[in-house]
Design a protein around this ligand. Structure first.
Ligand code: ATP
Length: 194
């Protein structure tokens, strides 16, 4: 089963691309939400070992506490990533195995496709890109956060790797242009992998 990796910065339109692909029958693994699921189940014990019992509040992951701990501590962030990334990678492999042979390909969506090494688990990679002011505007609309908060989150992300390494780029300027590009990528990949 061939695999497409989808990446892009905050508000670039990754999830929108994933939704369009799903509408065409392509199963998409959302690594962000699957990582959250794993952190509530399989990974709870190692995460509590690393951060202490404060890592969970009631049954929920205390994201604020964890974010505050790793914010100025890259070593701790590396150790958290060393717990989460391999588990998500293995879960993706299991999921991919379970998908029907009838679909032309499957996809993996990850904001950190290259940084996490997930790119090695896919055959081709796609960067979803949009003008930065547009990304801020869309994210503010979606999350209700302030433009400055979104700018700070963007500044924290490193999209250079994806800019240089991605096999395909989709420019998400408008919704109709996006749908057209996703459709032609879908047709190209179907042709390539038939
Ligand atoms: P994040 O990494 O923050 O989850 P993302 O890359 O998955 O973001 P989306 O959630 O797909 O981005 O898009 C951000 C917001 O912008 C969403 O509310 C989405 O509906 C909207 N959006 C995406 N593409 C367009 C577009 N071409 N025109 C207008 N709105 C758009």
């Amino acid at each position: 089963m061939k695999r497409l990796g989808i990446t892009g910065g905050i508000g670039s339109g990754k999830s929108t691309v994933s939704r369009l692909l799903r509408q065409s029958g392509i199963p998409v693994y959302d690594s962000d939400s699957e990582a959250k699921r794993l952190m509530h189940t399989l990974l709870r014990q190692p995460i509590e070992q690393l951060f202490g019992s404060q890592a969970y509040e009631d049954e929920n992951l205390n994201r604020k506490y964890i974010a505050s701990q790793v914010f100025c501590n890259p070593e701790l962030l590396n150790r958290l990533n060393a717990i989460v990334h391999p588990a998500v990678g293995e879960d993706f492999e299991r999921w991919a195995e379970e998908q029907s042979d009838e679909v032309p390909f499957v996809a993996l969506e990850s904001a950190i496709l290259f940084e996490s090494g997930f790119d090695s688990r896919v055959d081709v990679t796609l960067l979803v890109d949009a003008p930065i002011e547009e990304r801020i505007r869309r994210t503010v609309l979606r999350d209700g956060s302030s433009p400055d908060e979104v700018r700070a989150r963007i500044a924290h992300q490193n999209t250079e790797l994806a800019q240089t390494k991605a096999d395909y780029v989709i420019h998400n300027h408008t919704e109709s242009a996006l749908a057209e590009q996703v459709n032609s990528l879908y047709i190209n990949l179907k042709q390539l992998w038939k």
